[in-house]
Design a protein around this ligand. Structure first.
Ligand SMILES: *Cc1c(COP(=O)(O)O)cnc(C)c1O
Length: 564
């Protein structure tokens, strides 16, 4: 395998060098590239950051566009009462290594014309361009609906103009979640301005747009009132030859009250996907109203994680000694060699990673350690494992918890507060809440756990990338069969909960912990064997390089080829 390719050339150079004029512009509301550049809130942003890193390693011609939020996303602390408190930081672009590009971008935001600065941050060979209008890009997911539409117009419309001003001629546009969907209207305008009819313009845009949807819950998809859309987007659309009625129709679908960015993006793209096989099924059902009587044309490309970011350095070193090269594309990396790892050496590496975590969290280094860290959205059911506290505390386990709730998510904050109270009271010494979850904390928590727990309400978890980060480090997943785990689960390296009512799922969870997880943990050799299976089987399948290769082969190259 390894000998047949010239590995000094990138994957792209070896497989698509002659595929002509491909340049992908990847648009996202959030990017999680580095903890200090705090312009992400959770999995969506980290995924976007990982996409750029993998694209850079593979040599995929790609540029990225986002927003520079002066206040970032909030920093979390916990009050005396166990309540989340939020503090917005002040991000200074120069200190973060951003370089100001010599262009200004003008965008009309509901009659107010703003001039955006454009900052550049290099992710290897991939440039990330971030637009900045301080009063608009004050913070990520801040403000009311009107503020949100301003931010999204700036991203979509300003982003297309920024690329133009920089002399970058993208041939494919990748809309990562609906927030950036307005870019299609601006592209239509430029085609019409250059002499195309509105229908020709829309056809051309559709053939060169990739849209990835991430949200299987209707309420999670961005929806605006018609009058807000007309006030902010009406003029732009009319200058593309799109009447008010036609514009509104692009965002409508039965059952949705208002103008949805997901329907807009679905209608203005040909390449559309959910982020796991199961999520593809859910998305097809959710959006079938857009294509009445037809099979809903939405596919799936399952997410991955960037191994260079998420594989613990100590484990990376051990794998290299065994002949695995984690930075290489999955087919070239020799993952089967991970099966031959010396169990004692793997055990020692894991012990080092675990010690770092339990010392930080003041927990017991011997005890089976369960991790649960992610945004506190209520569908994730962070409280499920505590529903029978007596039964939980009877087990020889301890739990590390972390995660932020959106500032306006009161129910999410209530769940968090209840867990923090437990960690200070009835479950003190057994449950620890670590404040201010971010990429750096995730990199410490995840590889230091023995078990990674995920108990979402099926099928609300579209993917669930933290479980992949665990799996590649040999941390065994115990998860509801939702998102990625529905296609990845195998008893060789983890445990599954069906995903039904809270009561049924809790019952299964306790049963698995009592009868399987704890006894297996005590049978050290069998446990180490599962760890090896997890690494060898799941690292190649859920590497972000595999994901980006799929986007390139299935979408980017065909889309560029069909460009006029
Ligand atoms: C990976 C990651 C997430 C996503 O976690 P899920 O369990 O998939 O929701 C969220 N936040 C941070 C900081 C991450 O690194």
């Amino acid at each position: 395998m390894a000998g047949t390719v010239n590995e000094t050339a990138t994957w792209w150079a070896q497989t698509h060098a002659n595929d002509g004029d491909v340049l992908v512009a990847y648009f996202s509301m959030e990017f999680g590239v580095d903890a200090r550049l705090a312009i992400y809130s959770g999995g969506l942003g980290v995924l976007a950051g990982d996409h750029l890193k993998a694209a850079a390693e593979l040599g995929v011609p790609l540029v990225a566009v986002g927003l520079f939020y002066r206040g970032g996303y909030f920093q979390q602390s916990v009050s005396e009462e166990g309540r989340q408190t939020e503090r917005y930081q002040e991000l200074y672009p120069e200190e973060l290594g951003l370089a100001r590009e010599p262009v200004d971008v003008e965008v009309d935001l509901g009659g107010e014309v703003v001039n955006a600065a454009v900052w550049r941050y290099d992710v290897g060979s991939v440039p990330l361009y971030l637009l900045d209008v301080p009063w608009v890009t004050d913070a990520l997911y801040s403000g009311n609906r009107e503020h949100r539409i301003r931010q999204e117009l700036l991203l979509g419309v300003g982003g297309v103009r920024a690329l133009h001003a920089l002399g970058i001629h993208a041939t494919v546009y990748h809309v990562n979640e609906g927030h950036a969907a307005f870019l299609a209207i601006e592209r239509a305008r430029t085609h019409v301005e250059a002499g195309a009819s509105v229908d020709e313009a829309i056809d051309e845009i559709r053939r060169t747009t990739v849209f990835t949807t991430h949200t299987p819950v209707p309420a999670g998809n961005e929806v605006f009132d018609d009058d807000l859309v007309l006030r902010y987007v009406g003029d732009l659309a009319r200058s593309a030859g799109i009447s008010d009625d036609r514009l509104l129709d692009l965002g409508r679908t039965p059952g949705l009250d208002g103008f949805g960015l997901t329907p807009l993006a679905l209608r203005l793209s040909v390449y559309r996907n959910g982020v796991s096989e199961l999520h593809g099924d859910v998305a097809r059902e959710m959006w079938q109203g857009i294509w009445p009587g037809e099979k809903t044309p939405i596919d799936a490309i399952t997410n991955g994680v960037h191994l260079g970011t998420w594989l613990a350095p100590e484990l990376d070193e051990l794998l290299r000694e065994a002949g695995v090269r984690p930075e290489a594309p999955p087919d070239w990396a020799n993952w089967p060699a991970a099966r031959e790892l010396d169990p004692d050496a793997l055990g020692r590496v894991h012990e080092t990673l675990k010690r770092r975590l339990v010392e930080h969290a003041s927990l017991d280094p011997e005890r089976l350690t369960i991790g649960f860290a992610r945004r506190f959205a209520t569908y994730k059911r962070a409280g499920l494992v505590y529903s029978n506290l007596e039964r939980l505390l009877a087990l020889p386990v301890q739990i590390v918890v972390a995660g932020k709730a959106h500032p306006q998510d009161a129910p999410g904050k209530d769940v968090m507060q209840a867990i923090i109270e437990l960690s200070r009271g009835a479950a003190a010494g057994r449950v620890v809440f670590l404040e201010d979850y971010d990429i750096d904390l995730a990199r410490m928590i995840i590889p230091g756990c023995d078990i990674w727990l995920n108990t979402p309400q099926r099928p609300h978890e579209a993917s669930g990338t933290s479980g992949m980060k665990a799996a590649v480090n040999g941390v065994l997943n115990l998860s509801v069969l939702d998102g990625w785990w529905a296609e990845a689960y195998d008893p060789a390296y983890g445990w599954a909960i069906d995903g039904g009512s809270d009561e049924d799922d809790a019952e299964q969870l306790y049963g698995l912990l009592e009868q399987q997880v704890v006894p297996r943990f005590e049978a050290r050799d069998a446990w180490l064997d599962m760890m090896k299976s997890s690494i060898a089987e799941l690292a190649p399948r859920f590497s972000m390089q595999r994901t980006v290769i799929e986007y390139a082969d299935r979408y980017y190259v065909p889309a560029a080829r069909s460009a006029a």
